[in-house]
Design a protein around this ligand. Structure first.
Ligand code: NAP
Length: 324
């Protein structure tokens, strides 16, 4: 019979590594399933969304900023320093009906655990255009996070565009009005989905403009974004818009597909539902942290905080139930 782990952490972003740091220092010998790189359609990497972020300037303690991948590398090293084990595998199915729980890896291994922390994050939705993905991967001016990337020098005093019509698009676009010379919101319909107050906050900026009934059909530029090709959804007419940055804000998808049939309660958008003010899910002994359970804040610092909570909650559970 395979070893029974006290705590298994699924996911290797800020939430997963922080849970690991706390669990390892509590001598729970955590094991982190860090995942395998994939393309779906955008890049999904162990380390999560920070692996696609250039400079992180809003994480306290790094006054000079830090590159997203370097930050995740440091988180991992800190977790490993206290004895965290790391497996570069995906968990593809969870059997929470048995105790200890049984988790299945993508290569057919069964992993047994008394407690589980799910920290698999959420991925930004992309349009799925070839040049969009290429320029997002190369840091050439396509991003799915204006709060993370908007203040970068390449966007300063330049015309920028945001795709989407929801609250995220309004929030990102409003944030960008501080940096860009002009900020266009490109929306596929003639009314915004965003709340009135968020719309108003954007529309009252002198450098704000909404382009109605338009979709982006191509992103132009070799090394850097030079513009986008638009198509009118009513007339089919195509036009070019010169912008130096393109921000995609068309929603996020939580990484919870592998929880199908696991019994974990998800909301209508697929996010894990937590019990109020704790990391507990509806299944006793299963905890969740970070963007997979948070459609609202989605920041590295909030995810890390939730990871800490999940480890403390799991430790408490183990003390009560196993005297670990
Ligand atoms: P959302 O409300 O689902 O809006 C997504 C937007 O993207 C919609 O306008 C949609 O257009 C558009 N869209 C989707 N797929 C597209 C595609 N392939 N091409 C072009 N446009 C596309 O997502 P969200 O804005 O990320 O918000 C998610 C949730 O978080 C919401 O409940 C929101 O209220 C909340 N949120 C709150 C705040 C806040 O209160 N501060 C901030 C951000 C988010 P259609 O309208 O035509 O469907």
């Amino acid at each position: 019979m395979s070893q029974i782990h006290k705590i298994v952490i699924i996911g290797s972003g800020p939430a997963g590594w922080t849970a690991a740091i706390y669990a390892a220092r509590a001598q729970l010998e955590p094991i982190v399933f860090a995942g395998v790189p994939k393309q779906d359609p955008g890049p999904i990497l162990p380390g999560g969304q920070l692996m696609l972020t250039t400079d992180v300037e809003n994480y306290p303690g790094f006054p000079e900023g830090i590159a997203g991948p370097e930050m995740m590398d440091r988180f991992q090293k800190q977790a490993m320093r206290f004895g965290t084990k790391v497996e570069g595998k995906d968990i593809v199915r969870c059997d929470f009906g048995r105790r200890p729980f049984v988790l299945h890896t993508h290569d057919g291994e069964e992993v047994r655990a008394h407690t589980v922390v799910i920290a698999t994050g959420a991925t930004a939705n992309w349009l799925g255009l070839e040049n969009e993905m290429r320029l997002a991967r190369s840091g050439g001016g396509v991003s799915a996070c204006a709060v993370c990337d908007g203040a970068l020098p390449i966007f300063r005093d330049q015309p920028l565009a945001v795709v989407g019509g929801g609250d995220s698009a309004m929030e990102e676009a409003t944030h960008l009005t501080k940096f860009g010379s002009k900020v266009y919101v490109i929306h596929r319909r003639d009314t915004l989905r965003a709340s009135k107050i968020m719309q108003q906050r954007f529309l009252e900026k002198p450098n704000a403009e909404v382009l109605w009934n338009k979709v982006v059909v191509d992103v132009l530029g070799d090394e850097r974004v030079e513009g986008v090709l638009l198509e009118d959804t009513k007339t089919g007419e195509r036009s070019r818009l010169d912008v130096k940055g393109l921000f995609i804000a068309i929603g996020h998808t939580p990484a919870t597909k592998f929880l199908k049939d696991s019994g974990i309660e998800l909301d209508e958008s697929g996010y894990i539902v937590l019990r109020s003010r704790s990391s507990a899910t509806n299944i006793d002994g299963v905890f969740a942290a970070g963007d997979v359970a948070d459609a609202r804040y989605r920041q590295a610092i909030t995810a890390a905080g939730m990871g800490c909570q999940a480890a403390l909650d799991a430790e408490h559970w183990l003390t009560l139930n196993l005297d670990a």
